[in-house]
Design a protein around this ligand. Structure first.
Ligand code: GLN
Length: 186
C-alpha cells in the first residue's frame, strides 16, 4: 500500500509522518509526472486553499486530480483539503465549505469529540478551519463540533475540517487506510 500526499504547500509532511508511523509508504505529488506512479490513496492536506488552487492550476494538476477522484481514487482532505473538494472548487464532493468559519482571531482551537466509525474522544485541532455548511443526501456526516459538521465522507472521499495529522491519535488515518484497502467507503 502506498499513499500519495499532495505536496505543493501546507501541512503535508505531518501526514507522511502519520502514515510512516502506521508502517505505510508515502509519495509526494508535486508535478504532473508524479501521477504516473502507482498509489492507493491520496491526501489533500491543510494549508491555504486559494494558494493550492492557484498552484494546481498553474502546474496543470487540477484536471488530472479531478479525473482520479471521479475515477474512484480514495481521497482524504483535511481543512484546506476539504475546501478543495467542495462544490466551489474541484466539485467532486457534494458539500459546501464555509471558509475561515470561526473568524480570524479565534480561528484556532482544540477540542475532541465522537467521530462515526472511529470512536469517542478523537482530538480535533482546528486552524482557521472551515466547516461544512451544506451537504447533499449522499454525504455521510461523521462528526459535528459546536453544532457544525466537521467530518464527512461520500463514496471514495473523506474530509475533516480539523487536522488529525497534528495529534498523536492515528485512528482517523487508519479509517482512511481501511477505505484505501476496501476501495469504496462503506
Ligand atoms: N483557512 C484555510 C483556507 O481557507 C484553511 C486552513 C487550514 O487548512 N488549516 O484554505
Amino acid at each position: 500500500m502506498r499513499i500519495a500526499v499532495l505536496a505543493l504547500q501546507g501541512a503535508f509532511v505531518e501526514h507522511e509522518q502519520m502514515f510512516h508511523r502506521l508502517g505505510v509508504e508515502t509519495m509526494e505529488i508535486r508535478q504532473l509526472r508524479d501521477f504516473l506512479q502507482p498509489f492507493d490513496g491520496l491526501v489533500l492536506p491543510g494549508g491555504e486553499s486559494t494558494v493550492m488552487m492557484r498552484l494546481l492550476n498553474d502546474l496543470l494538476l487540477l484536471e488530472p486530480l479531478r479525473r482520479r477522484i471521479e475515477g474512484g481514487m480514495p481521497v482524504f482532505g483535511t481543512c484546506a483539503g476539504l475546501i478543495l473538494l467542495d462544490s466551489a472548487h474541484l466539485g467532486t464532493m457534494d458539500i459546501r465549505a464555509h471558509r475561515n468559519a470561526y473568524g480570524r482571531q479565534l480561528g484556532s482551537f482544540r477540542g475532541q469529540g465522537k467521530v462515526l466509525h472511529v470512536g469517542d474522544d478523537v482530538p480535533m485541532t482546528f486552524i482557521r478551519a472551515p466547516y461544512i455548511e451544506d451537504a447533499g443526501a449522499g454525504v455521510e456526516i461523521l462528526a459535528e463540533y459546536g453544532g457544525h459538521k466537521v467530518a464527512a465522507r461520500q463514496l471514495n472521499q473523506m474530509v475533516t475540517a480539523f487536522h488529525p495529522e497534528l495529534d498523536g491519535d492515528t485512528r482517523i488515518h487508519e479509517l482512511f487506510l481501511n477505505h484505501c484497502q476496501a476501495g469504496i467507503m462503506e
